[in-house]
Every structure is written in structure tokens, then in C-alpha cells.
Design a binder for this molecule. Structure first.
Ligand code: ZN
Length: 229
């Protein structure tokens, strides 16, 4: 962002239900009709393109903006869908998770944010239930700097290690889940669910001073497809 953005958060007067009123730029948060996250339900089983993750790198920096921790990647890690190539920009977390599946709420969710050459976003969501510790989540906890800080990562976890082996996914058209809630995001939520320990969940939420998940938004007229398994 090059301009001073309005403050927003997850509680009090800056909570998600107020985002659309905090700034003119955030109006899509309240007025948009294709918002994210959503409860993934009533899926239409569909034929769909496979996901070709061509990841070779590892994160180079970790940033804490007070809302989450981002692991940033240099160029060279791509996701190809149906001939469309998206470049991995970064990975960040939400805890609790943001998407629900048939009403199930999750303990955490990672977002792998990709952008194509025209600036269009494709975000891959990875869901985590309570259980055994997650190496992916631990890599974020280990790298996390203090609020407002950015640190270099010496030996990061390989980008490919974040992606589950099973490639079935849910897909729908949505938005950023943080202000300005911009629409036109191609969402890909992996069906394979991993686990995260309660200790890790507590540590994630300690970084941000509490939960950092936006509640589910109305699905409206949108269809959600289930591809592969
Ligand atoms: Zn996110």
C-alpha cells in the first residue's frame, strides 16, 4: 500500500462488521456481493483443472503487520491452473480458520496468495483442525518478528512443503478477507485438512493479540465447485 490506510481490526469499533464504514476504500467489505470467507456447502461436484504447483523456493522475509505474519517469497514459485500461471507472493495465517466446511469451524487457516501477470489473485486456503502440531504453522511461529518488524529468514521451509499431497479442492469466486475486501479473487480451498496443536493456536493468537478471522459471508448466487478428491 502506498497510501495511509484506515485502521481496522478484529474487535471493538474496528471489528469486521464495521470495516465497510471505516474508510471509503473499504466499502466493498459491506457492499460487496462476492465476499470471503464462506461456509463451503452444497458443492457441485465438477470436472475442473488440476493444480500444478511448481514451487522451488523458500520464504526470504517474515513481516508482522499486527494483523498476521507474512512469509514473503521471491519470484519463481508458480501455480498453474488451466494454462493460467500465478506467482506465489506470500503465505500468512488466520486463527481460528476463516472458511467453514459444512458448518465445521477450523482452528487455523493458511493463505497462499498468488498473482498473475495482470494482477489477478488466486488464493489457496489450507485448513487445520485441532490435533498434532503442524510443521507449516511452526515455521511461521519460528520466523515471526514483533509487530511492525520485518526480518530476513536464513533457512526457510521449502514452499512445496506447505502444499498437501492430495490435490482435491473447493473453488469459488470471492474476495480478500481483510480490508479493502477487494473482489475478483479466485479461491481454492484444499479439501485435505491438516492438524495444529492447541499450543500453536495459542501462540498464533498471542502474536495478533487475539483471533484474526473474518466471519463467513453470504454465498448469495455463487456456486462452489468440488474438484477432484
Ligand atoms: Zn488471509
Amino acid at each position: 500500500m502506498t497510501t495511509e490506510a484506515a485502521h481496522w481490526g478484529y474487535s471493538g469499533t474496528e471489528a469486521p462488521q464495521h470495516w465497510g464504514c471505516l474508510s471509503e476504500a473499504y466499502r466493498p467489505c459491506s457492499e460487496g456481493v462476492e465476499q470471503s470467507p464462506v461456509n463451503i456447502t452444497a458443492c457441485e461436484p465438477g470436472e475442473g483443472p488440476g493444480l500444478a504447483f511448481d514451487y522451488h523456493g523458500q520464504p526470504v522475509t517474515a513481516r508482522n503487520n499486527g494483523h498476521t505474519v507474512y512469509l514473503d517469497f521471491a519470484s519463481g514459485n508458480t501455480l498453474d491452473i488451466d494454462g493460467q500461471s500465478y506467482e506465489l507472493q506470500g503465505i500468512h495465517y488466520h486463527s481460528p480458520g476463516e472458511h467453514e466446511v459444512e458448518g465445521e469451524r477450523f482452528a487455523a487457516e493458511l493463505h497462499l496468495v498468488h498473482q498473475d501477470e495482470n494482477g489477478r489473485l488466486a488464493v489457496v486456503g489450507l485448513l487445520f483442525r485441532s490435533g498434532s502440531p503442524s510443521a507449516s504453522i511452526q515455521s511461521i511461529l519460528d520466523a515471526a518478528p514483533h509487530v511492525g518488524d520485518t526480518v530476513d529468514i536464513e533457512e526457510g521451509r521449502l514452499a512445496a512443503s506447505y502444499v498437501p499431497d492430495r490435490r482435491g479442492y473447493f473453488t469459488y469466486a470471492g474476495s480478500l478477507t481483510t480490508p479493502p475486501c477487494t473482489e475478483g479473487v479466485r479461491w481454492i480451498v484444499m479439501q485435505s485438512v491438516d492438524t495444529v496443536s492447541q499450543e500453536q493456536v495459542d501462540a498464533l493468537q498471542a502474536i495478533t493479540g487475539g483471533p484474526n478471522n473474518r466471519p463467513v459471508q453470504p454465498i448469495g448466487d455463487r456456486a462452489i465447485s468440488s474438484v477432484g478428491s
